[in-house]
Design a protein around this ligand. Structure first.
Ligand code: RIB
Ligand code: CA
Length: 312
């Protein structure tokens, strides 16, 4: 059983990623920690509550811990242009009455790892502010989580944000946090924006997923509809990009990775046009020890199966 802590900024793809994990027979979502990113942390936390309600998760299961509202060096930017003003596709779901824990997410990350050393898998699918702060609080944290899977960063300078086009959104929102994680965690798995692009769903797969006639399927489609229109307009054809979903698929089924490289990754903090860009030492030129398993390929057929299962 993979016991998951998911650090997240829900976010449409975050929600679908959490649905994928929640539906997986070999995974249990132990806790959610929220962070500001796609939208503000109050909204991402409220969305996490709405999501667990929609999935029928009992109120006393899967605690939610509210985390950092801005990056270590606050950036005035968000992902509302893609995820909607509510972060959930402008569906304006009814607010949830679900309780949010009083403990801060950063303290919760440290506590959970110390209570369950070597047992919990951490999937970080938003800006890494909470994780960086937790690692400063407990420098041994990298040895206390069983595994870390990150969605974030670029591996060939192809980013997705409007300020620095060579930076991926989560990286750009808190470059210092990602730099801290890169310097302190030795063996994380990383899903980049380029790998996300490489696994864009085909129109037929989109159609299949958007037409699952179950309550979860309808919720999945409702979340997705507006961002699908956005992608279709920009790409000229229906296509869904699944960054967080790929990260959670790897977290719950490590064997889904069919190609990865163990390399040293670093973070650019100062470039006028490149702040937030992450770089990969593909040919071991720096002599620095690898810190990242850079995911390049996953089993696409199995990935679609996991997505379909999450909408049943
Ligand atoms: O760049 C994609 C990442 O940024 C995803 O985690 C998405 O949810 C946004 O947070
Ligand atoms: Ca996210």
């Amino acid at each position: 059983m993979v016991e998951l802590v998911i650090d997240t900024d829900p976010g449409v793809d975050d929600a679908r990623a959490i649905m994928l994990a929640q539906a997986h027979p070999d995974a249990k979502i132990y806790a959610l920690t929220t962070v500001g990113g796609n939208v503000g942390v109050d909204q991402t936390t409220a969305n996490a509550c709405v999501l667990l309600d929609a999935l029928g998760v009992a109120p006393d299961r899967t605690p939610i811990y509210r985390g950092a509202g801005t990056g270590l060096l606050a950036v005035q930017y968000d992902g509302a242009y893609f995820h909607g003003a509510d972060g959930f596709g402008n569906n304006n779901f009814l607010p949830s009455s679900r309780r949010v824990e009083g403990e801060h997410a950063v303290n919760a990350l440290v506590r959970m790892a110390n209570e369950r050393p070597g047992e919990l898998t951490l999937a970080a699918i938003g800006p890494l502010t909470n994780l960086a702060l937790a690692t400063r609080l407990d420098p041994a944290l990298p040895h206390k989580f069983k595994r870390l899977v990150i969605m974030g960063g670029t591996i060939r300078g192809t980013g997705n944000n409007r300020r620095n086009p060579s930076a991926e959104f989560n990286a750009y929102m808190d470059p210092e946090a990602m730099a801290i994680v890169f310097e302190t965690w030795q063996d994380f798995w990383l899903v980049s924006w380029e790998t996300t692009l490489h696994h864009q769903l085909e129109p037929a797969q989109v159609e299949q997923l958007m037409s699952v006639n179950t309550p979860r399927g309808k919720f999945w489609a409702q979340l997705t509809r507006e961002s699908l229109e956005y992608v279709t307009k920009r790409m000229g054809r229906p296509g869904l990009l699944m960054p967080d979903e790929i990260a959670l698929a790897i977290a719950v089924e490590p064997e889904i990775v069919t190609k990865s490289e163990h390399r040293y990754m670093s973070m650019e903090l100062r470039g006028e046009h490149t702040r937030g860009q992450t770089t990969v030492d593909w040919f071991n030129l720096t002599g620095r020890a690898p810190n990242a398993h850079v995911v390049l390929e996953i089993n696409k057929e199995r990935f679609i199966e996991l997505l379909m299962a999450s909408a049943q």
